[in-house]
Design a protein around this ligand. Structure first.
Ligand code: G3H
Ligand code: 13P
Ligand code: ZN
Length: 314
């Protein structure tokens, strides 16, 4: 099966009341950890590459890493559908580059622009992508929180307006839509009690029946990793994510794609810190990167089975 678009994946996920995990990849160990978890659980998977990842690893390396993972699966007789997706495409050129380079899905993130500019930009990407068999995710409404390239001030936070969501999808022809219902990027998501606006999600799905919704900023920031980081020399007090049962509920609704990056960072960092403190004699990167890779595999496996519900759906 190898690389596919998310079209069929989302149709099945919508009907089946589960979601597909979209995991950010930046290096070999991350790709391997995620792919192993997907294979163990016979789960469809989305590997996503941000502009920052392209800058860090070089787009050619990332594409080849994903292709290598699929080829390794083939050799082992494993056949799971994989989507290669551009995360938070900042402009038309980056989307075009990924489409021309063999990605099966791109996100154009026009949420930083006003509604009309976002519509025009998204339409332009959709036209180019669809002519080449590639699907497009778009975004309206701003997510709260701060994360590297993806930066929105907390007091700018606002929820998606279902009227706008309906109009946006109808005018742009995008294939999926990221909406703001209370999640945010990074490891500090809620100052008070976690809250997601399921009412907005419900309203959007009433207006756009069967249309796949995407949840960004959906890491749950497992306290086990936060505590491990802090215990072994880190300093991330008070890090908090979206509780897993809240994500599970969203996955049974119109949410078909759940984005996870911070949890990968935390799983790796916590385990590398632990390894360094407990084994000061270790200086072979394969030792600590191998542990980090196993931690990513176990974390992703847990998400697939206990949060997304996409195990056995490949
Ligand atoms: O949503 C943002 C992702 O976590 C990607 O982060 O831009 O640092 O690669 P990044
Ligand atoms: P987290 O920071 O919650 O992992 O969100 C990742 C994301 O939305 C990538 O687009
Ligand atoms: Zn995001």
């Amino acid at each position: 099966m190898g690389l596919v678009t998310s079209k069929e994946m989302f149709e099945k996920a919508y009907k089946g009341g589960y979601a597909i995990g979209a995991f950010n990849v930046n290096n070999m160990e991350i790709v391997q950890g995620i792919m192993e978890a997907a294979a163990i659980n016979n789960a469809p998977v989305i590997l996503q590459v941000s502009a920052g990842a392209r800058k860090y690893a070089n787009p050619i390396y990332l594409k080849k890493l994903v292709e290598s993972a699929i080829e390794c699966n083939k050799v082992k007789g494993i056949d799971i559908p994989v989507v290669l997706h551009l995360d938070h495409g900042p402009d038309f050129e980056t989307c075009k580059d990924c489409i021309d380079g063999g990605f099966t899905s791109v996100m154009i993130d026009g949420s930083k622009y006003d509604f009309e500019t976002n519509v025009e930009l998204t339409k332009k990407v959709v036209e180019y992508a669809h002519a080449r068999g590639v699907v497009v995710e778009a975004e309206i409404g701003k997510l709260a929180g701060i994360e590297d390239d993806v930066n929105v001030k907390d007091n700018d936070a606002m929820y998606t307006d279902p009227n706008e969501a309906e109009e946006f999808v109808k005018r742009t022809g995008c294939d999926s839509l990221a909406i703001a219902i209370g999640t945010s990027h990074g490891a500090y998501k809620f100052k008070k009690e976690p809250r997601l606006r399921y009412d907005i999600l419900e309203e959007v799905s009433k207006r756009l029946p069967g249309f796949p919704i995407v949840l960004h900023g959906a890491s749950s920031v497992p306290q086990e990793f936060v505590e491990m980081c802090n215990k072994y020399g880190g300093n991330i007090p008070g890090a908090k994510g979206v509780p897993e049962d809240m994500l599970r509920r969203a996955a049974t609704m119109a949410v078909c794609k759940i984005n996870i990056d911070s949890d990968i960072r935390l799983a790796m960092t916590a385990n590398i810190r632990k390894c360094f403190v407990e084994n000061p004699e270790v200086f072979d990167p394969r030792t600590y990167l191998g542990m980090a890779r196993d931690a990513v595999r176990d974390m992703v496996s847990h998400k697939i089975v206990d949060v997304l519900g996409c195990n056995g759906k490949a």
